[in-house]
Design a protein around this ligand. Sequence first.
Ligand code: GSH
Length: 203
Amino acid sequence: MPEYKLIYFNAKGTAELIRWIFTHGGITFTDERIEMEDWPERKSEMPHGKVPVLMIDEEPLVQSLAIARFAAKEAGLVPEDNLEAAMCDALVDTVNEMMKELYDNVRKYDDDDEKQKYFEEIFFPNHLEPFLKNLNERLSEKEWFVTDQLTWADLMLARTMMQITEKHPDCLENFSDVAAHMERVCEVPSIKEWIENSPETAF
Ligand SMILES: N[C@@H](CCC(=O)N[C@@H](CS)C(=O)NCC(=O)O)C(=O)O
């Protein structure tokens, strides 16, 4: 087994899914967290000046989703079946695209009230709500999103729903099956233990 070192900020951000995947797979990794004040001098060490970076022995792997997919394969969280694996990718890409839309827009506003207004008046009705309706229907019939077992797509979904509900606690009010899915993932013993013991961070 190679040595894994995941380099990111002292934050959850786009690294937390990768941490969940390694943890769930019982794969040992070094969780290197860079403090913001050290970033200017560390940035030039990273292949594209960005994190997360996964060092696999001496080899750097970049891009959070490429790293997560790699880790998920190592952890047995990607289905063997090609179509089921693609279904996982499709959900992960959809969630990622939606979150990019959210972050690209909220960063335009300095004021928290304006961010909230954008969320309530634009993001929720146009992006999140239609997605949740679809998802809720599927999850009313299935325990896990793609197969009858947990995949990395379930982890991506639950992690993202946690992130959203931390800031907007009511948004799953009408989507009880999505809320139940998030709770189900958080009750998986490995994930539960990680959540309980991971450091408090600003984001
Ligand atoms: N598409 C890349 C984006 C990488 C990225 O923008 N990372 C941010 C943190 S989430 C970063 O390194 N920001 C610091 C900087 O650009 O100096 C990925 O998913 O890994």
